[in-house]
Design a protein around this ligand. Structure first.
Ligand SMILES: [Zn+2]
Length: 320
């Protein structure tokens, strides 16, 4: 490390500079260097302690508050990070990054009014930040302000048309609003840019499914499985498509695959039973219903199917 006044080399633990004599323990620039050194070596607690010393020496040392906030954020102490960022804002001449991080920390705390305000403040300084615009859109979405979320995410995509995360979340917003065709457009853009974006592929399938376009939905769930074989929900939804298309055999294999990954999926077990019943495989149907009831004794469809299957074994009374 160097002495901040005369630049001669000094040890991390030095209290005074031997060359110029300044008191290093009370020098913010020196303490900041020391804290950064700890921080970059992953010694977060030690770094926070030194930044604390620095801001105690000079309560207007906003860089110290900002970095202390970053370290606290990394450590998961979000409320303390928020407090540090707010202190940092008091003396900061270029507060864009402080507002951005304040937005991230408040969002992490679920304080959406706080994160919306912080991201808005950041965008007033730097309106061209796609990342900040995206984060503001996410905050609106989590706050259930779908129209604002849509407009903001559209703005983020306008800044960066290749911004797949923003396109994906925009698709989610449109899907929640029931605008399925527009949602499908967005999800298709995402998988066009990034074919292995599993979540976008899956939600593209879901949008087709909600629209009733079962063949397109099945094709997207199939592709989802090709990129992530272990995604039980994709196997399950593929089963749903086949079941609704009247293809119980195909549906059975999809449900079986879903259950290999998640054996305690009562819904998959119930639908597996239904498809087996359609094919007159009553033993297989009974087995699946029994498992569903073991997993969830209150499952209404399982209880209903169980009773129905029992009746099917009871011989009809003469004359009935
Ligand atoms: Zn010196």
């Amino acid at each position: 490390m160097d002495c901040p006044r005369c630049s001669s080399p000094v040890s991390t633990r030095a209290r005074f500079c031997e060359q110029c004599g300044i008191n290093l323990e009370k020098n913010c620039a020196f303490l900041h260097q020391k804290a950064l050194d700890y921080y970059h070596r992953g010694m977060i607690d030690a770094a926070v302690k030194v930044w604390d010393e620095a801001v105690q020496e000079d309560s207007g040392f906003s860089k110290g508050f900002y970095y202390k906030g970053l370290a606290l954020y990394d450590r998961g102490d979000l409320q303390d990070a928020v407090d540090a960022f707010r202190q940092a804002l008091k003396g900061e001449k270029e507060p864009f990054r402080v507002y951005f991080k304040l937005g991230m920390a408040t969002y992490g705390l679920g304080d959406l009014a706080g994160s919306i305000e912080a991201f808005q403040n950041a965008l007033e300084i730097n309106p061209g930040s796609a990342e900040t615009t995206y984060r503001l859109g996410l905050s609106y979405l989590r706050n259930s302000e779908l129209d604002l979320a849509q407009r903001t995410l559209e703005a983020a995509v306008k800044i960066n048309p290749q911004y797949t995360r923003a396109l994906y979340i925009l698709g989610m917003v449109l899907s929640q609003k029931g605008e399925l065709d527009s949602a499908i457009d967005q999800f298709q853009k995402v998988v066009g840019l990034s074919p292995t974006y599993t979540a976008a592929r899956f939600d593209l399938g879901m949008a087709f499914f909600k629209k009733g376009d079962l063949e397109s939905a099945a094709s997207e769930f199939q592709k989802t499985i090709e990129t992530n074989e272990r995604l039980a929900s994709a196997h399950y939804m593929l089963g749903e498509c086949y079941r609704k298309m009247g293809e119980p055999s195909e549906a059975i294999s999809a449900y079986v695959n879903a259950l290999k990954i998640n054996p305690r999926d009562a819904d998959a077990l119930v639908h597996l039973a239904e498809c087996n019943m359609q094919l007159d495989f009553l033993d297989a149907a009974r087995e699946a219903v029994q498992k569903a009831i073991e997993v969830n004794p209150d499952h209404r469809d399982a209880q209903y199917l169980g009773r129905h299957l029992n009746e099917m074994t009871t011989p009809h009374k003469p004359g009935f």
